[in-house]
Ligand binder design. Structure first.
Ligand code: AMP
Length: 427
């Protein structure tokens, strides 16, 4: 099979690494990819949102399966574009069509979906320009802290946790009346604040059947502990050790099954990954958000624990017979530490030579923001590399991943040395 992966981050590097191990694979292409993905396949200089170019490349290179890494092409309708194309409609695209992608693309849509199908989530109401006054009055009846969410995609920045009702009112006005997040905040979800511990659960579905993938916990803040700005993700651990069999059973019965059934009942076709962001509130799971793709950096700790042929599973998704495919999950623990450019998530410099990549032997190094220049590998983004160690114990995996992240060098490199250490109390 010839496979095309769309995207350029650490997530796509992990997909390329895993799919390159498949006996079913003939040729692997990654568009646009990075310096690391070229170890596993051929990088192609096409943007994932350039639908014409993606379809054209797929037809010319006899692509048999397209795996979409990021959400943007899905929300914009890449899958629908393939289906509407007379020659390309037979090529399976892994990732939902536009309607299903709304689970991530519109917070208001996903909240209505959860309410309709009885899926546990925080209480909420939505407001827009025509109901701003009602929104302010609604806030007067709530207690702080309270959560405001821009309805649309806002590059991970559209969620505000307000410590007072006065602050929430100012922010609601800024989001709706002053377009704080552009068109994304023309509708705002006001949501009850849930207090608990967060984790993510990943599901692969062909629209009828599903497989639960390993759980993970990610680390968003730039600083150690819970300090500093939010980032795309500074590390992850799989499994989330506090998510025991009893908790995961609740997640499957109360959330995963009603989600798949709800999509079917609503006539929404869905082939791809569902990433469910959860809050465990005193052991009871609530959905914080849906994403319609895998997470970055969760993928880098989830895929190394999957024992089996990922490409075979994806073929099952395309063909609608996922139930005939199987895989095992390693009971080892994976820890991923992300190495970033100094200054990230604010301004940072690129083009720094990266040294000692080959000195890492006991972890897998996934490239994210990197590019090659002659023989050199240079930094080319905020999140540069993800270092994953898989070990028998959480503690050993933490130590190994952190030590190996320390071996790699580039000017002004930074990584958190505390990824996963908060979880030791649960094992
Ligand atoms: P989201 O983009 O929906 O994942 O929200 C970003 C982050 O905001 C989440 O990872 C949570 O840490 C936090 N968050 C979102 N919704 C809530 C909520 N209802 N209660 C508490 N924290 C929340």
């Amino acid at each position: 099979m010839n496979v095309l992966i769309l995207g350029s981050g650490g997530r796509e590097s992990a997909f390329a690494w895993k799919i390159s191990q498949s006996p079913k694979l003939a040729k692997l292409y990654i568009a646009p990819g990075n310096a690391g993905t070229s170890e596993f396949g051929t990088n192609v200089d096409i943007k994932a949102t350039d639908f014409d170019a993606v379809v054209d490349f797929s037809l010319k290179n006899a692509i048999n399966l397209v795996l979409v890494g990021p959400e943007e092409p899905l929300v914009l309708g890449l899958h629908d574009y393939f289906l509407a194309h007379p020659q390309a409609k037979h090529i399976p695209v892994i990732g939902p069509q536009k309607e299903g992608a709304k689970l991530e693309g519109s917070k208001d849509f996903s909240k209505r979906f959860m309410l309709k199908h009885g899926i546990p989530t925080a209480a909420y109401q939505s407001f827009d320009a025509s109901s701003l006054e009602k929104g302010l009055a609604y806030l007067d009846q709530q207690r702080a802290p309270i959560v405001l969410k821009a309805d649309g995609l806002a590059a991970g920045k559209g969620v505000l946790i307000c410590e007072s009702i006065a602050e929430a009112k100012e922010e609601l006005k800024a989001m709706i009346a002053d377009a704080k997040f552009g068109a994304a905040s023309s509708t705002v979800v006001i949501e009850e604040f849930l207090s608990g511990i967060e984790l993510s659960v990943f599901v692969l579905t062909d629209g009828e059947n599903y497989k639960l993938l390993p759980s993970a916990k990610d680390y968003k803040r730039i600083g150690e502990g819970v300090t500093g700005l939010n980032t795309g993700g500074m590390g992850s651990v799989s499994p989330a050790p506090f998510a025991d069999a009893v908790f995961l059973q609740k997640v499957e019965e109360r959330i995963v099954k009603p989600t798949i059934e709800g999509l079917k009942k609503d006539g929404i076709p869905y082939k791809g990954f569902i990433f469910i962001g959860l809050m465990s509130v005193a052991g009871e799971p609530f959905v914080i958000e849906y994403n319609v793709r895998m997470g970055d950096p969760e993928t880098q700790s989830v895929l190394p624990r999957i024992q089996g042929d990922l490409l075979d599973l994806l073929v099952g998704v395309g063909e609608g017979n996922l139930q005939k495919r199987s895989f095992a999950v390693s009971d080892q623990t994976a820890v991923t530490v992300v190495i970033v450019s100094g200054g990230y998530p604010g301004a940072y410099e690129s083009g720094k030579p990266i040294a000692n990549l080959n000195s890492v032997r006991d972890s897998q190094v996934f490239h994210a923001g990197t590019r090659t220049s002659g023989e050199e590998v240079l930094t080319a983004g905020g999140r540069v590399l993800a270092v994953t160690s898989v070990q028998d114990t959480l503690f050993n995996a933490l130590q190994q991943a952190t030590a190996d992240a320390g071996r790699i060098y580039f000017d002004r490199k930074y990584f958190r040395r505390d990824i996963g250490f908060d979880l030791i109390e649960y094992v």
